[in-house]
Design a protein around this ligand. Structure first.
Ligand code: FEO
Length: 383
C-alpha cells in the first residue's frame, strides 16, 4: 500500500530473459497493477499472462471478498492486457474502462468484456472519494494509450511512461540507468508524443507517478525522473561525451576504435563509452547514443557494404529518430573500403546530424601512417 486508498498488486517476473522478445533483462521485469479503494473499487490494469495466477491471487487477498467495480485499461499491449480474460472470468460484472481504440484492440486480441465504458481525454469517473480523470496519451507507445490522474491523491497513472526494465525493487537507487534504456528503445520514436504528454502533466499537481513497469516515483526521485524525461523526449543531450561504437570482423577495426577512444580520453573528453556492436547489448548502445552529444562509428567493409551489426545499429537509430548529434566515421576495408560511404548515406537521412571531418579510412589494420588522421579525427571530435 503506498497510500490509504491505493494498493500495489503487481507482479515481478524475475525469470523473463527478454522483454518484447528482444531486450535483455538482467534483472527481470515487473508488471504493475494497482487497486483503488473508494466507495467503488477500481483495478488499474492487468498483467502479463505469465503472472496471471499470481496477480489474481494478489487481487483476491487485497479485495478480501469484495468485487472490483472497474478495470481501467491504460494500454493494450499483451504485457498488460494478456490476463484480462482470466480476470473477467473471475469478476464478470466488472466494467472495463478504456479508450475507443483500446476496445478495438480487445476485439483483435480476443478479449471479451461484457460491461464497458468508453472514456476519452478530459472524462472523469467518480469512485466516491476518488476521481479518475482521464488523459489521452497516444503513441506512448501505442495509439490507444490513456493515463489517469487522481487529484485527491495527486497521483498520475502513467501507463508505460516512466517505466523501466527490472523487477519492482531492482536498482532502487538508480532508476535512470534502466529507465533510459527502456525509454529510448521502446518510446524513443515517439518523442513528440511524449513531449505533448509532458506538457499536459506539467499543468497537474503531481506528487506520485505510478507507471506500468518499475517503481512508483515520488519526492526527489520523481523530480529527477521528470527532469530526465523532459530531456529525453526532446532528443536533447543528457551527458557531454562521446560514444565509440564499432563493428569489427577480425579485431582490426576494434583496435582502431580502442586507439581512438584512448586519444579522446587523453584529450580530456568528459565521458568516453565504447561498445562492440557485434557482442554488447544493442539496446544499451542505442541508449548511450541518445544520452551523449557525439558518437564515432567505426566499421569494417563487408560485401561492398557495412558489416551487418552496424546496419542494425544505424537502422535502430533511424527508427528511434536519432537527431541533433555530431558523428565521426572510421572505415576499414582491405581492397575497396565502402563503409564510410554507406554510413554517411544513412546518417544523411537523419535530422540535424553533423558529420565530422576528417573521415578516417584504414586498409586492413591500423598503421603508424594512419595515426595522424586518427589524431585529427580525435581533435575534431573534441571541438
Ligand atoms: Fe508495457 Fe507497451 O507495454
Amino acid at each position: 500500500m503506498y497510500s490509504d486508498k491505493i494498493k500495489y498488486v503487481g507482479c515481478d517476473d524475475a525469470d523473463l530473459d527478454l522483454f518484447e522478445s528482444q531486450y535483455d533483462l538482467p534483472e527481470g521485469m515487473c508488471y504493475n497493477s494497482y487497486l483503488l479503494f473508494a466507495d467503488k473499487i477500481a483495478v488499474m490494469d492487468a498483467v502479463d499472462p505469465r503472472k496471471q495466477q499470481e496477480w489474481l491471487t494478489h487481487l483476491a487477498l487485497s479485495l478480501d471478498g469484495r468485487k472490483p467495480d472497474y478495470l481501467v485499461v491504460h494500454h493494450m499491449e499483451p504485457d498488460h492486457s494478456g490476463s484480462m480474460n482470466a480476470f473477467l472470468e473471475t469478476y464478470p460484472e466488472t466494467v472495463v474502462v478504456a479508450s475507443k481504440q483500446a476496445f478495438q484492440l480487445m476485439n483483435q486480441f480476443g478479449i471479451c468484456a461484457a460491461n464497458t465504458l468508453v472514456i476519452k481525454e478530459g472524462d472523469e469517473l467518480p469512485l466516491g472519494g476518488l476521481t479518475l480523470r482521464f488523459i489521452a496519451a497516444p503513441m506512448i507507445h501505442w495509439p490507444e494509450v490513456m493515463m489517469t490522474y487522481v487529484p485527491e491523491e495527486k497521483t498520475l497513472f502513467s501507463a508505460d511512461a516512466f517505466g523501466k526494465f527490472g523487477v519492482y525493487n531492482a536498482d532502487a537507487d538508480d532508476w535512470a540507468c534502466e529507465a533510459r534504456r527502456y525509454y529510448f528503445n521502446i518510446c524513443g520514436k515517439y518523442g513528440q508524443a511524449v513531449t505533448k504528454v509532458m506538457e499536459k502533466a506539467a499543468k497537474l499537481d503531481i506528487q506520485t507517478i505510478a507507471p506500468l513497469h518499475g517503481p512508483v516515483l515520488d519526492g526527489d526521485k520523481l523530480a529527477d525522473a521528470i527532469r530526465l524525461y523532459n530531456i529525453w523526449c526532446r532528443y536533447d543531450v543528457e551527458t557531454e561525451g562521446i560514444l565509440v561504437a564499432y563493428a569489427s570482423i577480425h579485431g582490426n577495426t576494434r583496435h582502431a576504435a580502442e586507439t581512438l577512444a584512448q586519444m579522446l580520453r587523453q584529450r580530456g573528453c568528459p565521458k568516453v563509452a565504447i561498445t562492440d556492436l557485434t557482442r554488447d547489448d544493442m539496446a544499451e548502445a542505442i541508449e548511450d547514443a541518445f544520452r551523449m552529444n557525439k558518437m564515432v562509428l567505426c566499421c569494417a567493409t563487408y560485401d561492398m557494404d557495412i558489416f551487418p551489426p552496424m546496419h542494425l545499429f544505424l537502422h535502430e537509430l533511424g527508427q528511434k529518430l536519432y537527431q541533433k548529434r555530431t558523428v565521426g566515421i572510421l572505415e576499414n576495408g582491405s581492397w575497396a573500403p565502402q563503409a564510410a560511404r554507406v554510413i554517411k548515406t544513412s546518417l544523411q537521412s537523419m535530422k540535424d546530424i553533423t558529420i565530422v571531418e576528417p573521415i578516417v579510412s584504414i586498409k586492413s589494420s591500423l598503421h603508424d601512417s594512419d595515426l595522424p588522421a586518427l589524431e585529427a579525427l580525435a581533435d575534431a571530435m573534441m571541438q
